[in-house]
Ligand binder design. Structure first.
Ligand code: XIL
Length: 343
């Protein structure tokens, strides 16, 4: 539970809305681990947003420009202009950079699909990609989401993809970790997935995959839980997930946290009920993370600081899932994060 006035306003039914203290300290100053957000290169051209990012966070995850969809061109060549800009911004501001993501079932660029295997073997093209990308950012990234969303939606087994078909269901995953390690001896190599709080079966499959990777000798060194959640989530689900993930002893990354109002299933809750729940869930998530042993707190990343920049706006134009409003003013969720990080 949150303490103090904020908790009362966040939880009490019909409580008056509470304003955020004008002198709320920046998120990154409150936490003994890195606080992150996702960014796109074009965000850095918006001085208000770039300023907010520089003030509030100490780590950046490229929102999509370090994925194959951006990097791999139709002719099979690579481009790095946008991710290089994000990396330069992170460096200039003394921030960590989280590589996202090397292998994702959802992205199978045409150049890979049309590969002329009489000229280059699929496995070599796959390895070349990982070596080129992870090699380029060696020494610049703190870690990589090496494989993203490997577990099937319903938690029964793993995703089917171009990579699994060509290289094998388990082998393409293990190979990605071994190759990323070859390219970057230092980076934390993470396995990242979503719905791990909502779906215990998916969480169990995720943890079994992690254990199998470890026992095969693959250099998996961290676990990422995306946490795209809705404001009516039960807090116990978050605590249970955090406890289960921690059981392997690896560092944990809350990697893409946002808390949707529009995706809440409880239609009895009003928008202001949901806004209060959202603030509480921001706080509860930070508390669950703070409860991890110190060496297991890798970083805590928000999937966007301002509501207006959120990817969820595409599907839900009136959603407001972030801790800062459209104008970049802290919402109650930002205050709840600060309160929880303060400990
Ligand atoms: C999303 C981005 O936010 C969008 O801008 C992009 O168009 C699609 O991808 N899980 C992930 C992220 O791991 O990479 C996704 O990001 C959100 C879901």
């Amino acid at each position: 539970m949150l303490t103090g006035a904020l908790a009362l306003s966040a939880c009490g039914p019909g409580a008056k809305s509470q304003t955020v203290p004008a002198d709320l300290p920046p998120l990154k100053t409150m936490a003994p681990f890195r606080i992150g957000t996702c960014v796109q290169a074009l965000h850095l051209d918006d001085p208000a947003l770039a300023g907010l990012v520089a003030r509030q966070v100490s780590q950046l995850t490229p929102e999509w420009e370090m994925k194959m969809e951006y990097i791999v061109q139709p002719d099979g060549s690579f481009r790095f202009d946008a991710p290089d800009r994000i990396a330069a911004f992170a460096r200039a501001h003394g921030m960590g950079l989280l590589g996202h993501t090397l292998v994702w079932y959802a992205q199978a660029p045409p150049a890979f699909q049309a590969l002329d295997e009489s000229r280059i073997k699929f496995v070599d093209a796959y390895r070349n990609y990982i070596l080129a990308v992870a090699g380029r950012y060696r020494g610049q990234v703190v870690g990589w989401d090496v494989v993203n969303e490997a577990v099937a939606e319903d938690g029964n087994g793993w995703r089917d993809s171009l990579w699994s078909q060509k290289l094998g269901a388990f082998e393409h995953i293990a190979l990605a970790y071994r190759t990323a390690r070859e390219a970057d001896p230092q980076a934390v190599l993470l396995l990242n997935d979503y719905n791990l709080e909502y779906n215990p079966r998916k969480r169990a499959t995720f943890l079994k995959l992690a254990e199998r990777l470890l026992s095969s000798g693959a250099p998996l060194t961290g676990l990422g839980t995306q946490m795209h959640v809705a404001a009516d989530i039960e807090p116990s689900k978050i605590r249970e997930m955090m406890r289960d993930l921690a059981s392997l002893g690896l560092p944990i990354h809350v990697s893409e946290l946002d808390i949707s109002l529009s995706e809440a299933e409880n239609k009895l809750l009003s928008r202001s009920d949901l806004q209060r729940r959202q603030a509480a869930v921001y706080g509860e998530t930070a508390q669950a993370f703070m409860a991890l042993p110190e060496r297991q707190r890798f970083a805590f990343t928000l999937w966007g600081l301002r509501d207006r920049d959120s990817w969820l706006r595409k599907a839900h134009p009136t959603d407001a899932p972030a801790p800062f409003d459209d104008a970049g003013r802290p919402k109650l969720g930002a205050a709840a994060l600060v309160e929880a990080f303060r400990g």
